[in-house]
Design a protein around this ligand. Structure first.
Ligand code: 2AM
Ligand code: CA
Length: 255
């Protein structure tokens, strides 16, 4: 199953790069004013659904672009291009994200950043890897030493409660921030210690399904702003075990 996932996501990444090479001629549609979907999103998802369905006909598949495809005990949750805005603007931080759930719980996950050729994988109880090497969250604990990531999906959907007050509150307390545009990569970068923590609001299940397992298997903690999991993916905090309680306190106190 793990080898199947690895081969599958690497091939999906390659397809996305083929589309990226002829980006100027691609059709880009709008799901809403600022929410884009390209031919590449649709083609990569169709490829993934077809491959999974032919190998595991009894499994369910749930994709960002094509919705739910019925099945049983196992479900594949896929985001063909997480960070479509980055993709369209030729910013290298987009990814393919795939999680396999067994009875609703993630057991296998992969996030692939094709431009940098970085493959993050995790298996429940067996740790997380970057290009086959084990990874772990960072050990920084002082916020002023930390580099965090966030995003503004909430602003794109014009949500009433948005991330700007949290951003204003946290930025002065930390070393610096990065906003790369792919929740799946942000989570993977927390897992390998590049980011000490990440928070965002208004995400969708596909954005985080794989990344959450990768962070957990790398020794990190993922919760909503109340410290539980019921509010995921509407609110998410992912961080190393020393930073997570501090972010939780700051974000909880603002809600
Ligand atoms: P996407 O590129 O697949 O849409 C960036 O802040 C993150 O938010 C990305 O993972 C992005 O995924 C997600 N995102 C972007 N627009 C969104 C929307 N309208 N609703 C929910 N999530 C969104
Ligand atoms: Ca996404």
């Amino acid at each position: 199953m793990k080898q199947f996932l690895k081969d599958l996501i690497l091939e999906a990444g390659k397809i996305s790069l083929d589309y990226k090479a002829r980006l100027s001629s691609l059709t880009v549609n709008r799901k809403s004013l600022k929410d884009l979907v390209t031919e590449a999103d649709v083609a990569v998802e169709e490829f993934l659904v077809k491959q999974i369905k032919s190998r595991f006909p009894e499994h369910a598949v749930w994709g960002e672009e094509t919705g739910s495809h019925a099945g049983g005990r196992y479900r594949w949750v896929i985001d063909p291009i997480d960070g479509t805005t980055s993709f369209v603007h030729e910013f290298p931080f987009y990814s393919v994200s795939i999680a396999l759930e067994e009875e609703g719980k993630p057991i296998l996950a992969a996030v692939y950043g094709p431009v940098l050729n970085e493959l993050f994988m995790a298996e429940k109880g067996k740790g997380a890897t970057l290009n086959n090497k084990p990874i772990h969250v960072s050990s920084r604990s002082v916020l002023s030493d930390c580099m965090l990531a966030t995003g503004f999906a909430c602003v794109r959907v014009d949500a009433k409660e948005n991330n700007l007050p949290y951003f204003n509150k946290l930025l002065p307390l930390i070393r610096d921030i990065r906003r790369a545009g792919s929740a799946a990569l942000d989570l993977s970068y927390v897992a390998c210690g590049r980011f000490d923590g990440y928070w965002e609001m208004c995400l969708k299940p596909f954005d985080i399904a794989a990344g959450v397992l990768i962070v957990a298997e790398a020794g990190g903690i993922v919760t909503d702003f109340a410290g539980g999991t019921a509010g995921l993916p509407r609110q998410i905090i992912a961080a190393n075990p020393a930073v997570h309680p501090q972010l939780l306190n700051l974000l909880k106190a603002s809600t």
